[in-house]
Design a protein around this ligand. Structure first.
Ligand code: FE2
Length: 292
């Protein structure tokens, strides 16, 4: 596959029919969604690639899944602040949300960082936030799958509550953080025509099914990760292989081999629907061999 490409140009859905209401004040919007940032190498890759992607695509909004940003597990307030300071508009999370205790009060603040909406209500944080640029309001929803990952409530019932909190926004992006492809595919169809985009995260492996569904919702089962392709979904490959070979406990460390940013660009010209979705698969820009 060619490097630094916007691959898999999404099919453009017809703008002639669909559920979205017209708005004379609406303008073209581009949403850059970036997949799971893994550790320090992922954070550095994110920031360096963002500089390039901003020049190239001028995204209106940048949303990043940050649930692996702190050493591969969880996120800290300091890391979240660094992302926001570098132009990230909102951060989504997932099954490692609560790995770092220091993030708990931060999740209850007004910062645009969301954990899965279908976690229990008494768990820290919230599942919905709204960010704004130039009068355009983007609602961001985080969901967790229910198969093979822990979430106290059903994603399929709680999404209705989440959407009910987002009555007055121009666009809605839903990050479904899930292991099972079936849950993510089903959620895409369930929300088709009701939100701008449903993007999958968690597996760290990008899928080739990005497209605009018939109702106008951009969909992809998994956008992949922002981290080391030379590892095993973020872990040093030697350690992952040793664990599988020996079936004994092995201490995992984050690989730093061959870091890439993986995400999607979603372009919109009408409220609550997408014109296209394109994968972004981009290696970290070339480095000074003496530096990191
Ligand atoms: Fe995850």
């Amino acid at each position: 596959m060619a490097e630094d490409q916007a691959a898999a140009g999404g099919s453009a859905a017809s703008a002639a029919d669909g559920p979205a209401s017209e708005s004379s004040s609406h303008r073209d919007v581009t949403i850059l969604f970036v997949g799971d940032v893994v550790g320090g190498i992922g954070r550095r890759t994110l920031l360096e690639c963002l500089t390039v992607l901003r020049e190239r695509h001028a995204p209106t909004f940048v949303v990043v899944n940050g649930e692996n940003a702190a050493g591969g597990l969880g996120i800290t307030p300091k890391i979240a602040e660094e992302m926001f300071a570098n132009g990230v508009d909102a951060i989504t999370l997932g099954n490692h949300t609560y790995h770092r205790r220091e993030i708990y009060p931060y999740l209850d603040s007004e910062k645009p960082i969301v954990r899965p909406a279908n976690f229990l209500r008494n768990q820290p944080g919230r599942g919905v936030c709204v960010v704004e640029h130039g009068g355009v309001h983007l609602g961001v929803v985080n969901l967790s799958g229910n198969l093979y990952v822990r979430a106290g409530r059903s994603a399929f019932t709680e999404i209705e509550v989440a959407l009910g909190e987002l009555k007055d926004v121009d666009h809605i992006l839903v990050d479904v953080h899930a292991e099972a492809t079936s849950e993510k595919v089903a959620m895409g169809w369930h929300l088709d025509g009701r939100v701008t985009a449903v993007v999958g995260t968690h597996t760290h492996v990008p899928t080739a099914d990005g497209r605009v569904l018939p109702g106008g919702t951009a969909y992809i089962t998994d956008v992949g990760m922002t981290g080391p392709r030379g590892g095993v979904i973020g872990v040093k490959r030697e350690q992952a292989i040793e664990s599988l070979l020996t079936q004994m406990p092995v201490r995992f460390e984050t690989s730093e081999d061959d870091p890439w940013l993986m995400g999607v660009l979603i372009k919109c010209s009408q409220p609550m629907r997408a014109d296209s979705i394109e994968q972004v698969l981009m290696p970290r820009p070339a480095q000074d061999p003496r530096g990191r």
